[in-house]
Design a protein around this ligand. Structure first.
Ligand code: BGC
Length: 382
């Protein structure tokens, strides 16, 4: 382990692979070895801590958020993200816990698209469709990492290059993802990319949250608000039909807080197709820049999460495919709906939908996207 930013009043001790910390008034970034990939690449875990003790532990394997400790209304910290204690878990098969997703978050229909008259074929890794960047997506890359600490917070900068043709996508892509943990209890994720050929891009993070603490049951009692008047209904393969449908009078209406569980089994067609919520919402926005996409709160401990983004959409996914087979942290078997995702994004299948906001990136232009998770709390309601 190396202490990258040793700040007075923060004492860090290392004992046999684990970090013990006496919390001071300033944040720190600590680095420790996390293991090796099957190819022998060394991977690290970066532990970002702010002055309030909020902690984001992120590995440069897949840019995965391994742990996120935030406070409830009583100030008690708990890890609110599903995942694994060790790298080994992440190297195995899992549903993208905490990972950066690229080149294209979400689905591309029939695993192909046409850009400037050329058809590009992608790996079909989700039925006939392509999901989350293909077989070897950004979630499986070992990213170059630089950790820093300054007045803006604790920062981890991850960079990678994706070769022309990787997973079928055109263009050599240079990608930077910066995680910044601030003393305002916010984790900011800045995505940047450039390409040398026209391509498509849609980056996101696939963290599964459970505001009661990971491993403490399902998220059905969590109250959700989503700032969206419309969502994109899907077909049986979860590809948008192209319609932007009003949420009014449907179980998709989260404009006022509603528990996730209240309508999740209501039997309507879209709920059945998603096996629950697995849909992209069209975020209400009046101006470019950061807009509130969603707010979640667990009333029994007051722990809240706000998601702000520059993106036009957010995928609300309620862990419908979790089935208890993956043994996560502390050997927790993550059951169905034991976490929810709020994946900020452009709409699924945009490369085949000229009427959706464009995901095309051209040489000379820079892809820029920012999402901020704000960790908040409010009065406990029993
Ligand atoms: C998708 C789900 C998928 C999950 C894990 C989500 O982004 O919307 O359909 O099961 O990722 O792959």
């Amino acid at each position: 382990m190396r202490v990258l930013a040793f700040i007075p009043l923060v004492a860090v001790l290392m004992t046999a692979g684990c970090v013990k910390k006496i919390q001071g008034v300033k944040g720190s970034v600590n680095k420790q070895e996390f293991g090796k990939t099957a190819r022998g690449e060394a991977v690290d875990l970066y532990i970002l801590t702010n002055k309030n003790g909020v902690e984001a532990a992120i590995t440069n394997y897949g840019g995965i958020v391994v742990r996120l400790k935030t406070a409830d209304a009583r100030g008690r910290l708990a890890d609110i993200t599903l995942g694994f204690d060790t790298l080994q878990g992440y190297l195995g098969s899992h549903p993208y816990f905490g990972a950066i997703i690229g080149r294209y978050g979400n689905r591309i229909g029939k695993a192909k698209f046409t850009l400037d008259g050329h058809e590009y074929k992608l790996a079909a890794n989700n039925g006939e469709n392509s999901l989350h960047g293909g077989i070897y997506g950004f979630d499986k890359k070992v990213w170059a990492a630089v950790a820093e600490s300054d007045e803006q917070g604790q920062r981890l900068t991850l960079t990678t290059q994706s070769a022309d043709g990787e997973e079928g996508y055109p263009g050599k892509l240079d990608v930077t993802v910066v995680y910044t943990l601030t003393d305002d209890d916010e984790l900011r994720i800045d995505y940047r990319a450039t390409t040398d050929k026209p391509t498509v891009i849609n980056l996101t993070n696939h963290t599964y949250f459970n505001l009661a603490g990971q491993g403490s049951g399902d998220v059905l009692d969590t109250e959700m608000t989503i700032a969206a008047d419309r969502f994109t209904p899907v077909d049986a393969g979860l590809i948008p039909t192209g319609e932007l449908r009003s949420v009014e009078g449907t179980p998709f209406d989260f404009r006022k807080p509603s528990t996730i569980g209240a309508r999740i089994e209501d039997g309507s067609e879209q709920i059945q197709l998603g096996l629950g919520y697995d849909h992209n919402y069209v975020i209400n926005r009046t101006a470019p820049g950061l807009a509130l996409a969603a707010r979640a709160v667990y009333p029994k401990n007051g722990r809240a999460l706000e998601v702000w983004t520059t993106e036009p959409g957010v995928q609300f996914y309620t862990g419908n495919f979790l089935d208890g087979k993956v043994l996560g942290k502390n050997l927790n078997a993550y059951q169905r709906r034991s976490g929810f995702c709020l994946e900020t994004q452009h709409f699924p299948d945009s490369p085949n939908r000229p009427d959706f906001p464009s995901t095309t990136l051209r040489p000379g232009a820079e892809y820029r996207s920012t999402t901020v998770w704000k960790f908040r709390s409010e009065a406990i309601r029993k």
